[in-house]
Design a protein around this ligand. Structure first.
Ligand SMILES: Nc1ncnc2c1ncn2[C@@H]1O[C@H](COP(=O)(O)OP(=O)(O)O)[C@@H](O)[C@H]1O
Ligand SMILES: [Mg+2]
Length: 326
């Protein structure tokens, strides 16, 4: 408990245990000696006590008698007399270092698991590409038709390029993505992927492409755009569960004022190119909607989803001066 003058006026047995100071060592002292030097940007307990305000629980670091930092969860309340005049501030502290350690370990474990899943997924993709390359190479060996060979070689080259692309995307996890934007027509990017889309999407799903003929040019990193689109299409496939319709649409759009969208994001007013991927699948639960863009959020089984697709698509869109809307 802190008096109006900012001095400790009451120190209970629990505080003695937590800090290692006896009541007589601290009474009438100011609280500065309890602050931890290394507490960084966590809120300052002494300041909170002096603010004269009631503050809900927040985490901060304090210093115990032997000098070691201690993580606590604190609540601060103002004590008033019968005329509503503040007479003291009371702080209730709880040691949360163990809790925090467990939480950190949990987050670490989740990250490890996700990394493992990504590695597993990539190993799987690489194996598929290698299978294409080796299969085609075998066919090339046994063929003497010039035209056949050329078609097979193109497939080998294409698979190798996708492998290189995969490595690039993998590296983008390690550091902020190095985007190499170029001025392109997004219709071309979408069209060039139709082959891949039809391989990913089962025959029972109709793919509807609606590409604006007068689409403006846009500056974008093509392989990242391809990655983002592929993920949206795979998400649609998972949502469609083998039946329904997938639509991919491009259009010019004008953002007239930089008002915040539903996700609290705003982009500057101006002319934009919009690419929409829509499906008639199961949809997203209202409760999940704010969370689907969080890294590692997934409703899929571990072998199907890493929860990184939308997070990466959003990161890429933002880095490209655009936005992702769901
Ligand atoms: N087209 C969609 N229809 C329904 N739910 C979707 C769709 N796209 C994404 N979601 C939801 O958002 C979650 C996160 O998507 P994403 O970041 O791509 O990760 P992942 O696909 O690995 O789960 C999915 O697990 C799913 O619950
Ligand atoms: Mg996905």
């Amino acid at each position: 408990m802190l008096s109006n003058e900012g001095q400790i006026s009451f120190w209970n047995a629990a505080a003695e245990r937590l800090f290692g100071y006896l009541a007589e060592e601290v009474i009438n002292r100011s609280t500065d000696f309890l602050a931890s030097k290394g507490s960084g940007d966590s809120p300052d307990l002494a300041k909170a006590l002096r603010s004269g305000k009631t503050l809900g629980s927040f985490e901060t670091t304090v210093r115990t008698k032997n000098g070691s930092p201690l993580q606590v969860s604190a609540t601060v309340s103002v004590v008033r007399d019968k005329n509503d005049k503040p007479i003291a501030s009371a702080a209730i502290l709880r040691d949360v270092s163990e809790l925090r350690e467990t939480r950190d370990q949990l987050v670490q474990a989740q990250k490890m698991e996700a990394t493992g899943r990504i590695a597993g997924g990539i190993a799987h993709d690489f194996n598929n590409l290698l299978a294409i390359i080796m299969g085609n190479a075998e066919l090339i060996r046994s063929s003497d038709d010039r035209q056949d060979i050329e078609a097979l070689v193109s497939e080998v080259v294409e698979a190798s390029e996708r492998g290189a692309e995969l490595t690039r995307r993998l590296l983008s996890f390690a550091r902020k993505s190095q985007l190499s934007p170029e001025v392109v027509n997004a219709n071309q990017v979408v069209s060039s992927m139709s082959d891949i889309f039809s391989r990913v999407i089962p025959k029972s799903v109709a793919i509807d492409m609606d590409l604006a003929p007068d689409l403006d040019q846009t500056s974008v990193d093509v392989s990242f755009l391809e990655g983002a689109l592929l993920n949206l299409v795979i998400n649609a496939r998972d949502a469609l569960q083998d039946a329904g319709q997938l639509s991919i649409k491009t259009e010019n759009t004008v953002i007239s004022s930089s008002k915040k969208n539903a996700h609290g994001e705003c982009i500057p007013a101006g002319d934009y190119v919009m690419i929409s991927v829509t499906d008639t699948g199961v949809g997203i639960r209202q409760d999940d909607l704010p969370r689907v863009v969080e890294p590692f959020f997934t409703t899929k089984s571990p072998d199907r989803g890493s929860g990184l697709g939308l997070a990466m698509a959003r990161g890429f869109a933002r880095q490209s001066s655009g936005t992702l809307r769901i």
